[in-house]
Design a protein around this ligand. Sequence first.
Ligand code: KG4
Ligand code: ZN
Length: 345
Amino acid sequence: MRVLGIETSCDETAVAIVEAPAGTRPQGTILANVVYSQQTEHRRFGGVVPEIAARAHLERLDGLVEEALATAGLALGDLDAIAATGGPGLIGGVMVGVMAAKGLAFARRKPFLAVNHLEGHALSVRLTEPVDFPYLLLLVSGGHCQLLTVRGPGDFTRLGTTIDDAVGECFDKAAKLLGLGFPGGPAIERLAKDGDDRRFDLPRPMWRKPGCDFSFSGLKTAVRLAVEKLDAGDERARADLCASFQRTVGDVLADRCANALRAAPPSTLVVAGGVAANLYLRRRLDETARQHGAGLVAPPVALCTDNGAMIAWAGIERLRLGLVDALDFKPRPRWPLDPTAAVRV
Ligand code: KG4
Ligand code: ZN
């Protein structure tokens, strides 16, 4: 089956076409994967401006659908379904993607699939890696920070979540304070490479506490206070602060994952979402997984940040189970993967 996936929930306008056999096995083939990143539109505001994002999606989306079809050498009639992110996210952007997908599905009499953006990240690893359900998932992005057990499409148990900020947001804020631009994660990772990760002693919220919840607002404040004390132009200190910040985040993520692995030991820990692109954090999580007799699996770096391929793949996983959506689906600004109460471990 071949599914076209549309992602417009934040600041990437993305379209992909993915192919996979029927059944339930992981791994598909990406026939096309095009992304228009709106970073230049948002950079001068230091963050994503929802209204600008929605307009930019509207301007680019049709062209990207045509480009994806041309790259794959396919016509709309060759597709089995059209999937789009149905939420959660900036609602103007989500509406643009959902309306486009519904239009294509209606015109071509194809099934329409509304994909939860978080489910897109959560299942993305199975597009490229032979990972079976269930697995433990650390979902770390600009808007989310959660630990979940993933048993299949639509079948998640949340073990813990952030009680304040998401970890990607914390990277972006720290980068902004250091004048490193947006998005902050890649800039911090680059600078941290040359830094001394022990120079700054930053707080590690929730570290060594029971459970799997996260907190990052205290760390954000500590970075602000440290930046205020830096001498302008002290490049060494800036690199040291980035390295210390990244290590602190690594300590916290590793500690929380260790608790989850101890409580419910599946053999695989998966990390996904934009922050999973960070190679230092992957190394730390790999160590933690090994210490608990598990292995770490992550999607390729290019598929960690928002993309259409993860939406097309989640669409395939849903279509395989017959989980299609009606054309009156309403875009959702909020859409938790697991609305039930968190399980305390
Ligand atoms: O998944 P994503 O593209 O969008 C959301 O769904 O939020 O994640 C974007 C987030 C941003 O906060 C960005 O700074 C962070 O992922 N990020 C990184 C790295 N690359 C992207 N954080 C740390 N290190 C990276 N290399
Ligand atoms: Zn995302």
